[in-house]
Design a protein around this ligand. Structure first.
Ligand code: SF4
Length: 340
C-alpha cells in the first residue's frame, strides 16, 4: 500500500509468550497501554481518507481470538480503501490464525502485510535471546503466510548475542529461497541494550558486548545490499527515535538517524560495486546520504574505492540538479530508495 498515510497503533508486548532478552516495547515506542478495540474504532471513524493501519509492538495473532477479532472488526470503521499491516510472533501463526487473517483480507479493510518478528534464523542466537522458537518454526510461519497468498514481511536484527554478520546473510538467503520471486518487506533493527531488560544484566556482567554505531552501520549497509539483490523491499532500518527510547538507552548503536547511516553505507557499497574508482552519478535525493553526518558517506566511498582523500572522491561524485519543485511524499516507509 505505497503512497498511503499510515496510522500505527502500538500494543506494547501484548500477547507475547515470553520476554525476549533485549525487548521492552513500551520503552522503545513510548506507548505503555494498548488501545481498546473501541478506541481504535473511534480513532478510525474520525479519519477522512484511507490509511494503512498498523498494529505493532506486540504479537497480534497471540492475542485471545475474541480480542483479535474485536480489533479486526474495529478496522471496518476506517475509510474505504484502508488496509491493515500487523506484526506478530512466529509461533502464533497457526493455521487457524492465518485463516483469521485471510478472512480479514476479504473484508472492507484487508490485511496488506503480516510482519513476522524473526530477529534471526540462527538457533544459537534465538536461544541466547530467549526467543522461544527455532529457525525451522520461524520459516514455517512465513511459509504458512505465503501459501495463503498473504503478503509477508520480516523483521530481522543485527548485533544480537552470539550473532555474526555471516549468520545474518544466511538468514536473508534462507528467506529469499522461501519467498522465491515474490516481494517481501524487510525491517532491520540493531540490538540495543535498554534499561531493565535481561540484556542489561548480561551487558553489565560483561557477558554481552553491543555493536558500536559505525560497526552496526557497516553491518546493516552490507546486509541491505544483499537484501536489495535478493528482491526484498526494505521498509525501515533502525528504531524510531522517541524520548522514551533515549531515556532507556544504556549501550549499543543508538543513533537518531541510524537508517540514514546504514543507507549511506549501502549506497557507497553499491556505487563502488558498479564503478570501483568512480566517477559516480548519484540521484539528487540521495545526496544527503553521502554528505550528511559529517560526510560519512563520502568517507566510506573513499575507503571502499581505495582513495586516500575524501576531497578527491567528492570531485568524482556528481548529482544532477532536480527538475522542478520536489513533490511532497506521504509514503509510509522511510526508505530513501523509495523516495526517488
Ligand atoms: S521482541 Fe517481540 S515477541 Fe519478544 S518480547 Fe518483544 S514484542 Fe514480545
Amino acid at each position: 500500500m505505497k503512497g498511503r498515510k499510515s496510522l500505527p497503533f502500538f500494543f506494547a508486548m501484548a500477547g507475547c509468550r515470553n520476554r525476549c532478552v533485549y525487548c521492552d516495547q513500551a520503552r522503545i515506542t513510548g506507548n505503555w497501554a494498548a488501545p481498546s478495540p473501541e478506541e481504535v474504532k473511534k480513532r478510525l471513524e474520525e479519519l477522512d481518507c484511507a490509511v494503512e493501519i498498523g498494529f505493532f509492538g506486540g504479537s497480534f495473532t497471540c492475542l485471545p481470538p475474541d480480542l483479535a477479532d474485536s480489533y479486526l472488526e474495529a478496522t471496518a470503521a476506517a475509510p474505504r480503501g484502508s488496509s491493515l499491516r500487523l506484526s506478530t510472533h512466529p509461533l502464533c501463526l497457526t493455521p487457524e490464525a492465518i485463516r483469521r487473517l485471510k478472512g480479514a483480507t476479504l473484508g472492507t479493510c484487508p490485511v496488506s502485510c503480516v510482519e513476522v518478528g524473526i530477529s534471526s534464523l540462527d538457533d544459537e542466537v534465538l536461544k541466547a535471546c530467549s526467543r522461544g522458537y527455532t529457525a525451522r518454526e520461524a520459516l514455517k510461519a512465513v511459509e504458512g503466510l505465503l501459501q495463503e497468498n498473504l503478503h509477508a514481511g520480516v523483521q530481522l536484527m543485527i548485533g544480537l548475542p552470539g550473532q555474526t554478520p555471516g549468520s545474518t546473510f544466511n538468514d536473508l538467503r534462507r528467506l529469499a529461497r522461501l519467498k522465491g520471486p515474490r516481494s517481501m518487506d524487510l525491517r532491520i533493527y540493531p540490538c540495543l541494550v535498554l534499561k531493565g531488560t535481561p540484556l542489561e544484566s548480561l551487558w553489565e556482567s560483561g557477558r554481552f558486548s553491543p555493536l558500536q554505531t559505525e560497526e552496526a552501520a557497516r553491518w546493516a549497509g552490507s546486509l541491505m545490499v544483499e537484501a536489495l539483490d535478493l528482491g526484498f523491499e526494505i521498509l525501515r532500518v533502525g528504531l524510531t527515535e522517541t524520548d522514551s527510547l533515549s531515556a532507556s538507552f544504556k549501550a549499543g548503536p543508538h543513533h537518531p538517524a541510524f537508517g540514514e547511516l546504514a543507507w549511506g553505507e549501502c549506497l557507497a557499497r553499491l556505487l563502488t560495486r558498479n564503478s570501483a574508482g568512480g566517477p559516480w552519478v548519484i540521484e539528487g535525493k540521495k545526496r544527503s546520504l553521502l554528505l550528511g553526518h559529517g560526510k560519512r558517506g563520502i568517507r566510506r566511498l573513499a575507503e571502499l574505492s581505495g582513495q586516500a582523500a575524501p576531497e578527491a572522491v567528492s570531485r568524482l561524485a556528481f548529482w544532477p540538479k532536480p527538475k522542478g519543485p520536489a513533490k511532497r511524499s506521504n509514503r509510509r516507509v522511510d526508505n530513501p530508495e523509495n523516495e526517488l
